[in-house]
Design a protein around this ligand. Structure first.
Ligand SMILES: [Zn+2]
Length: 176
């Protein structure tokens, strides 16, 4: 399965102030809105609290996406499903996502993340800042569940442009 930006845009409809994509209501906002929200949560709760809160919130979104995507590419083998998901995420503007490693046993999935949504918003940080990206763990978990594999997945941001790396990178493993 391969999608391009035109396939994606075809699914968008507008009526009476309601914008939808394949039946789901969407909103077009500048990324600065999301970044300001993340930074304000950090100011109030600290980086640790912000990470936990955003991880929880984006996890729900990821799980919902995984369910919805079953009708689109539920028939694909796991690795291709993950590739299709990353492709859709790239097309929706999150940055360029590519699958660098796919290993099932023991589970190790590496995703390269270029032009992260936080690009230009942080520098000189000691930890990764792509909190919203943890929703990918939820999607992978749901896809594994479909294959009869049930365990929690952790997302470790091993590289981040906020730390001065040239791109971000996430490793997904079984939660220890
Ligand atoms: Zn990052």
């Amino acid at each position: 399965m391969s999608m391009d930006i035109n396939n994606l845009l075809e699914g968008i409809e507008y009526k009476d102030g309601i914008l939808t994509h394949r039946g789901k209501r969407i909103l077009i906002v500048p990324f600065s809105w999301l970044i300001n929200l993340q930074k304000e949560i950090e100011n109030i709760l600290g980086p640790e609290g912000a990470y936990v809160l955003i991880r929880k919130a984006s996890y729900e979104g990821g799980a919902e996406f995984a369910k919805d995507s079953e009708r689109l590419f539920g028939h694909l083998p796991l690795e291709h499903k993950i590739r299709a998901y990353l492709q859709i995420s790239s097309l929706t503007g999150w940055g360029k996502l590519s699958l660098e490693k796919f290993q099932l046993d023991p589970l190790e999935i590496i995703v390269k993340y270029e032009h992260s949504y936080i690009e230009g918003a942080y520098e000189g940080e000691s930890e990764g800042k792509c909190y919203f990206f943890t929703s990918v763990a939820a999607v992978i978990e749901q896809y594994l569940k479909k294959e009869g594999i049930n365990f929690e997945i952790e997302a470790i941001e091993t590289k981040c442009i906020a730390k001065g790396d040239p791109y971000c990178e996430f490793v997904f493993r079984k939660h220890s």
